[in-house]
Design a protein around this ligand. Structure first.
Ligand SMILES: [Zn+2]
Length: 69
């Protein structure tokens, strides 16, 4: 297993719209984050990740920012 690739593939941390959430928490849109917008949604476990309202691009992803219990 190539060790140097660890941490480079950040896409694996991203959840795509339509994917099922398994961890309730706050998720930030990665595309918005890169554009200095702070687009955060609350998603509960077993819900489906929504599209980002700020992003016309479907190729966006949500990244877990803060877990909630
Ligand atoms: Zn977005």
């Amino acid at each position: 297993m190539p060790v140097q690739s660890r941490g480079r593939d950040t896409r694996t941390d991203l959840y795509k719209p339509g994917e099922r959430c398994h961890l309730t928490g706050s998720y930030i849109c990665e595309t918005c984050r890169l554009a200095d917008r702070d687009k955060v949604v609350q998603v509960v476990a077993d819900a489906i990740f929504p599209l980002c309202a700020e992003c016309p691009d479907l190729d966006m992803g949500w990244r877990l920012r803060k877990m909630s219990n």
